[in-house]
Design a binder for this molecule. Structure first.
Ligand code: PEP
Ligand code: MG
Length: 564
C-alpha cells in the first residue's frame, strides 16, 4: 500500500479500480521520418478509423438530425484537399511524422478560419480542431472517445481534466476523482462537489497500473494506492457514517432554513446545466444562486445558438417556479476554456480576457445570451448577473448591453420579461471596495469567494504549490465580504454568496453574521447547510463575525469558530 495526502476537494469516500485518464489533446514529439510513404500509410489508416467512427455516429443520430449534419460536415473535412490533402503534402515534402503534420495543419487552418470576421467561418475553425484532434488521437493509437476504456465504475485518475471531459463522463462510471493538478476551488473541485463525487486534487501519485485499487477520502485528502483490507474496512465504515448523516439532513431538506432566533436564510443551488435544475429542486434548493452557463457551451463543436440557450434557460426557470434563478453570463477565460471560443495566448489568463471582459469584447455572443435569457424569463423568476465586474464601467456596460438586448427583442416583436433582477458577482477586490457606489445600480450582489480569495491573497486557484494559502477564512477576505454587506444596508441590494465558501459549514456563522441573506451551494450540500443554519443564532453570529474581522489570520478565525 502507498499512502499520499492531497487537497480534499469534494467530501465523500471512494474505493475502486483506477481508470487512468489521458487528456484529450495529447502531447506530441516532432520527428523527421526516413520513410514518408510509410508515414502517409499511418495517416490513411487513422483517417479510415475516424471515418468509420463518424459514419457510425451519424447513423446512430438518424438522418436529418442536427448532430448528423455536423458529423456530415466533419466527414467532408476528411476528404478536403486543403485539410487532409495538405497534411499528406507536409509529410511528403518535409519528411514530417504524421502527428506533427496533423497538429500543424489543424492549428494553422483553424487559426486562419477563426481570424476571419465571420461567425460561420469561425465555427468551421472549431470543426477543423475537432476533426484534427480525432485524427491526432487515432494516429497516436489513443481511443477516439475520451471515455472509451471506462468500462466499470472507477476512480478516475488524471493529471487534470478539461471541463469538456468532466462534462462527458458516462453516468454512474465515476466513483471519485483524483488529480495531480488543482486546488480546492479549481474547476475540477467545483465540478466534483456539484456532482457529489468524492475528490482529492493536487496529489503526487506514484505511477499506477490501470485497475489498481484506489481509496480516497475527499474530506481529509487521504489517498491510498492498493490499500490493505484494514484501510478498506475503515474507509467503508466512514462512508456508511457519512451516508447516514446525509440521509438525516435530507429528511428536512424541503423545509426552509431559519436560525434559532428566527432569521430566514435562503439556501439555493449552484448548477451548470438544465438537467441539474431538476436535481437541485428535488434536493430542496430554494432557487438557483449561480447558474454557470459556460457549461452549456462545452461538449459541442460550435457555439450554442440563441434558440438552444433559450430552451435550456426555460427548462431551468420552469423547474423553480416562484424561486429566483440567478443566471450568470458566460464566464470563460482563466482556467475555463471552451471549444470554439478562442482567447489567444495570455501570460496571465486569470488577469486577462475573462468573464465580462470577454463578453463585452464579443458583443454578438453577449447579445445572443441576453436575448435568450430575457425571452426565457417569462417562464419564472429571472435574475441575470455578470461575472468578473471590476468596477463601475463594467457594470454600466453590462446594463447597456441588457437595454440593447431588450430593444432588439422589441424590434423583432419577440415576447420577453421586463420583470427581472440585475446583479453582479463580487469577486474582484476593487468591486468589493466600491460596493457602496455600485449598489444603487443593482438588485443584488453575489459574492464569488473562489475568485475573491484568489485575487485578494494573490493565490492562483489552480496552482497546488500555493493551494494551502487559498484560505477563504483569511480576515482580509472576510473584511471585503463585510465591506460588501455593509454597503447595502437594510434597503439596498440583497447579498448572497455563491463561491465554495457558501458550502463550507465552518464559514456559515460568519457569513450570516456579516449580513449575507442567501447561500448558494453545490447541490449535495443543500441539506447540510440548511441544517447548519438551523443550529445557529443570528445575534451570536454577528458577535462572532465582528471578532473574526479583527483576527490576524485564518488560523485565529478558526480558533474563534471552534465548537460553534
Ligand atoms: C467564484 O469565483 O467564487 C465563483 C462562484 O465563480 P467561479 O468559481 O465559477 O469562477
Ligand atoms: Mg469566479
Amino acid at each position: 500500500m502507498i499512502e499520499r495526502t492531497g487537497i480534499g476537494a469534494s467530501p465523500g469516500i471512494a474505493v475502486g479500480p483506477a481508470h487512468l485518464h489521458v487528456s484529450q489533446l495529447p502531447e506530441i514529439t516532432r520527428r523527421r521520418v526516413e520513410d514518408p510513404a510509410a508515414e502517409v500509410e499511418r495517416l490513411l489508416r487513422a483517417e479510415a478509423s475516424v471515418r468509420t467512427r463518424l459514419s457510425d455516429l451519424a447513423a446512430s443520430h438518424g438522418e436529418g438530425s442536427d448532430e448528423a449534419e455536423v458529423i456530415g460536415a466533419h466527414l467532408l473535412l476528411l476528404e478536403d484537399p486543403e485539410f487532409t490533402g495538405e497534411i499528406r503534402d507536409r509529410i511528403e515534402s518535409e519528411s514530417l511524422c504524421a502527428e506533427a503534420a496533423v497538429s500543424d495543419v489543424t492549428e494553422e487552418s483553424a487559426a486562419m478560419l477563426e481570424s476571419l470576421d465571420d461567425e460561420y467561418l469561425a465555427a468551421r475553425g472549431a470543426d477543423v480542431r475537432d476533426v484534427g484532434t480525432q485524427l491526432l488521437r487515432s494516429v497516436l493509437g489513443l481511443p477516439l472517445e475520451t471515455w472509451d476504456g471506462l468500462e466499470v465504475p472507477s476512480v478516475l485518475v488524471a493529471r487534470d481534466f478539461f471541463p469538456s471531459e468532466t462534462a462527458t463522463i458516462p453516468p454512474g462510471m465515476a466513483l471519485g476523482l483524483c488529480t495531480e493538478e488543482g486546488s480546492a476551488t479549481s474547476h475540477i473541485a467545483v465540478f466534483a462537489r456539484g456532482m457529489g463525487l468524492p475528490a482529492v486534487v493536487g496529489v503526487d501519485l506514484p505511477a499506477t497500473e490501470p485497475g489498481t485499487v484506489i481509496g480516497l477520502d475527499g474530506e481529509t485528502g487521504e489517498v491510498y494506492v492498493d490499500p490493505t483490507q484494514g484501510v478498506i474496512r475503515t474507509l467503508r465504515e466512514r462512508q456508511e457514517e457519512q451516508r447516514r448523516a446525509r440521509a438525516s439532513a435530507a429528511d428536512r431538506s424541503h423545509q426552509p432554513a431559519m436560525t434559532e432566533d428566527g432569521a430566514r436564510i435562503e439556501v439555493a443551488a449552484n448548477i451548470g446545466s438544465d438537467t441539474d435544475a431538476a436535481r437541485a429542486a428535488a434536493t430542496g434548493a430554494e432557487g438557483v444562486g449561480l447558474f454557470r452557463t459556460e457549461f452549456l457551451f462545452l461538449d459541442r463543436t460550435r457555439p450554442i445558438s440563441e434558440e438552444e440557450q433559450y430552451e435550456a434557460y426555460r427548462t431551468v426557470l420552469a423547474a423553480f417556479g416562484d424561486h429566483l434563478v440567478a443566471v450568470r453570463t458566460l464566464d470563460v477565460g482563466g482556467d475555463k476554456q471552451v471549444p470554439g471560443i478562442e482567447i489567444g495566448e495570455e501570460l496571465n489568463p486569470f488577469l486577462g480576457l475573462r468573464g465580462i471582459r470577454l463578453t463585452l469584447a464579443r458583443p454578438d455572443m453577449m447579445r445572443a445570451q441576453l436575448r435568450a435569457l430575457l425571452r426565457a424569463g417569462t417562464e419564472g423568476r429571472l435574475a441575470i448577473m455578470a461575472p468578473m465586474v471590476s468596477g463601475m464601467a463594467d457594470l454600466l456596460a453590462f446594463r447597456s448591453a441588457l437595454a440593447e438586448a431588450e430593444r432588439s427583442l422589441i424590434s423583432d416583436g419577440l415576447p420577453f420579461t421586463e420583470d427581472y433582477q440585475v446583479g453582479i458577482m463580487i469577486e474582484i477586490p476593487s468591486a468589493a471596495l466600491i460596493a457602496s457606489r455600485l449598489a444603487p445600480h443593482v438588485d443584488f450582489f453575489s459574492i464569488g469567494t473562489n475568485d475573491l480569495t484568489q485575487y485578494t491573497l494573490a493565490v492562483d486557484r489552480t496552482n497546488r504549490e500555493v493551494a494551502d494559502r487559498a484560505d477563504h477564512l483569511d480576515p482580509a477576505v472576510l473584511r471585503l465580504i463585510g465591506e460588501t454587506t455593509s454597503a447595502t444596508g437594510e434597503q439596498g441590494p440583497w447579498v448572497g454568496v455563491c463561491g465554495e465558501m457558501g458550502g463550507d459549514p465552518v464559514a456559515t456563522p460568519i457569513l450570516i453574521g456579516l449580513g449575507v441573506k442567501e447561500l448558494s451551494v453545490a447541490i449535495p450540500s443543500v441539506p447540510t447547510i440548511k441544517d447548519r443554519v438551523r443550529a445557529l443564532r443570528l445575534e451570536e453570529c454577528r458577535e462572532l463575525a465582528a471578532r473574526c474581522l479583527q483576527a490576524a489570520d485564518g488560523a485565529e478565525v478558526r480558533r474563534i469558530l471552534e465548537g460553534v
